[in-house]
Every structure is written in C-alpha cells, then in structure tokens.
Design a protein around this ligand. Structure first.
Ligand SMILES: *Cc1c(COP(=O)(O)O)cnc(C)c1O
Length: 380
C-alpha cells in the first residue's frame, strides 16, 4: 500500500516490510541480478565488500558475516577464549538467543538483575564479580537500542581482567559516551533478522572486532573451522552470510540505516515528550547512551492486558520484550535456579509490566500521534 492510499485508521504496526519493499525494490532486484550474473553464491566478493562497509559504518576494524545473530554471539565467545564450563555473567532480560549462544559455546550462564533501564545492572554485576572471582566472561546486551555504560564496563574489565563480548543485535549504531557498542569489549555480535534496525531479507548476522586474529578465527569458525579448503583446524559451524543477503544489505539497507535510525530517534523523542499518563512509566536510557531505539518500552502500572487491548482497539499494535525471563525458561530448568546470583525483581517487573510501542522508521507523523493519543487516553 502506498503512503497516499493510507487512511487514518490503517493499523499502526510494529514493522512495515511492505513499505520497506516499496523503497528497496529496485536496489534489491539489482543486487539479486548482480549476484546471479556473477555465478558466485557463497563467501565471495559481495560478503567481503559488505563486511568492509559494515566495519566502516560501525567504527570497528573488522566485520565477519555469519548466518545469524545467535551464531555471531557463539563465535564471538569462542574467539574470546571461552572453554567448556566457563561461566558467563549476562542479562536475564533479553532474547533467549543471548543465553543460548553461551550454552552452545559450552559456557554456563549466570544472571544478575537489570537496572531501571532494563539493561544489566553494572553495580550488581560488579558485586557479583567481586564475590565470584573465577567468573571471567561478561556478556552485556544493549537492549532496546540503548548502549550500556561503556565507562563503567571499561572499569569492570580492568578491575576483574574480564573478557567482554557484547550483544549488539538491537543496537547497531548506538554509542556510550561516544564509544560505539562493542568497542569496549572488542568483540561484538549483531543480527540482520528482518525486524532489527539493519535487517536483511531472511536471516543473517555479523561479528565485529578490532582484532585481526579474532577476525581470522571467526572467519574459520563460520566455515566449518577450516583455515584453507579441506583443512580443519577447529570444530566450526556452518554459519556463512549468503552472497545474496550481503549484496542486498550493502545496496538496499546499509545506505539507508543512518536516515532510518534518525527517524527512530525522532519518534522516540516525540513519545518521550508527549506521552503523559501517570499509569505509564518510560524507563530511562543508561547514562551516556546515544540510543538507536530498536524498541520503545513503556511500563504499565497495572493491567497490561487491558492496556494492550485498549491500544488494539485504537488499531495500534504492541509487543512484549520479554514476557518470560531467560532464567525461567524451561530449557534452563536443569540449573534449578543456581544460575541466579541474587534475586531479579526489576527484570521480573519488566516481564510482567513492559509493553513495546511501534517505533519503526516508516511510521508517519499521523501514526505517531495516534500512538500518543492512545497511550494518553488509557484508563483502567
Ligand atoms: C535478535 C536477537 C538475537 C538473535 O539474533 P538472530 O539473528 O535472530 O539469531 C540475539 N540477541 C538479541 C538481543 C536479539 O534481539
């Protein structure tokens, strides 16, 4: 549907892949044509060219394309030297993939509570690391498009000689006190799942690093662990970014990322200025964060389901990030709660009270005002 044929009651959706297609179509078809004509479909010039441009955009020396964000985190942890049984301190409030990557790399996840922002509480992380000196790995998540405090992370890294791998799946382009996400730890993973700020047309991901050695190891690990054809030095994965996805990302989506991020930031600013309802709390961004607003979370004081139904009646879609905390997932039941370092009341409050409002870059001003009005007219 084109902009011109929209009516004021068209649903305000969480994502708008059709409008995106209208904008991207020509560039995508050109990319497909080029890859098809090249006769080279896996790990060729397109992946290399995209990796170079992504690294430049990000401000880190090397990018390594992978098949998903999940794989990129696993590969980053293995590059960081994670050995089976090593413990990894991470956030209970994230996509399950964060912890799944730890498990797949052979690590053991540990959780502390989140801060009022919803991101890992670095005070609690420091206390936990102080009393568990054998924990050497930290896996923070730059949730909602916020950047966790890079200065505090750098201090933790020094004090505990930590290895930090950063989950940047929701935070491409975000920075903390001017430091890009991922740069503090030196190993970052991101995702090109279609809903992400830089989505492709299917699955994809990348690892970013400042280290040439880590980049070389990651290139080997994503390709069965081979160092050259048919010589396998490591037990790797099949986790390659397709030439097609790389070409599409480079031609159609990466060139738009800065502008689309700016639109997200603009919508977030409008929500923060105009949503005024004592029953809705807007969690703060971490100090120093230049956020890219992958999601826009609000906390409802009570009756989340009724609030979502109210927005649904106003044709405003909503999401929940996330309704079931990672340590509570059935797949982690064997830990029997031993993976929690202390109670996690703030994470539990997000799980029961959080609602995500639409904030994709194709929302027009009318749609943004409808979201504001629907929020402000909410009464239980
Ligand atoms: C999406 C996401 C992932 C996983 O990325 P995939 O490409 O879907 O594997 C990991 N962590 C976070 C925080 C995410 O949002």
């Amino acid at each position: 549907m084109s902009q011109a044929t929209r009516t004021s009651m068209d649903p305000v959706s969480l994502n708008d892949f059709r409008t995106q297609w209208g904008c991207a179509r020509e560039a995508v078809l050109g990319a497909v044509e080029r890859v098809g004509a090249s006769g080279w479909l896996v790990l060729g010039a397109e992946v290399a060219a995209f990796e170079k441009e992504l690294a430049a955009y990000w401000g880190m020396a090397h990018a390594v394309g992978c098949a998903s964000g999940l794989d990129a985190i696993e590969i980053a942890l293995r590059c960081a030297g994670l050995e089976p049984g090593d413990r990894v301190l991470t956030s209970p409030l994230s996509a399950f993939a964060t912890t799944l990557a730890v498990e797949r790399a052979g690590g053991v996840p540990l959780f502390v509570d989140v801060a009022p922002s919803g991101l890992l509480d670095l005070d609690l992380a420091e206390a936990a690391l102080d009393s568990h000196r054998d924990v050497r790995f930290l896996l923070p998540v730059h949730l909602y498009g916020h950047a966790i405090d890079a200065r505090r992370m750098a201090r933790l890294r020094e004090r505990f000689d930590l290895v930090i791998v950063e989950d940047c799946a929701q935070a491409i382009g975000a920075s903390s006190y001017g430091v890009p996400v991922g740069a503090t730890g030196g190993l970052a993973a991101t995702s090109f799942y279609p809903t992400k700020n830089l989505g492709c047309m299917g699955d994809g991901g990348a690892l970013l690093t400042g280290s040439a050695e880590h980049a070389a190891l990651a290139r080997s690990l994503r390709d069965y662990g081979q160092t050259c054809k048919y010589q396998h030095q490591h037990l790797g994965l099949n986790s390659r970014l397709d030439e097609l996805q790389a070409a599409i990302l480079r031609d159609a989506f990466l060139p738009e990322l800065a502008r689309r991020t700016a639109r997200r930031v603009q919508i977030a600013a409008r929500y923060r200025e105009a949503i005024e309802n004592p029953l809705l709390e807007l969690p703060p961004a971490p100090e120093g964060s230049r956020s890219v607003w992958h999601l826009f979370p609000v906390l409802v004081s009570e009756e989340r389901a009724a609030f979502r139904a109210h927005l649904d009646r106003a044709a405003v879609a909503t999401g929940i990030h996330y309704p079931l905390l990672i340590p509570d997932q059935e797949a982690l039941a064997p830990y029997a709660g031993n993976h929690l370092l202390g109670s996690i009341p703030r994470a539990r409050a997000f799980a029961s009270r959080e609602v995500s409002l639409p904030i994709h870059p194709f929302l027009d001003d009318g749609a943004v005002e409808r979201v504001v009005d629907a929020c402000n007219s909410w009464r239980p």
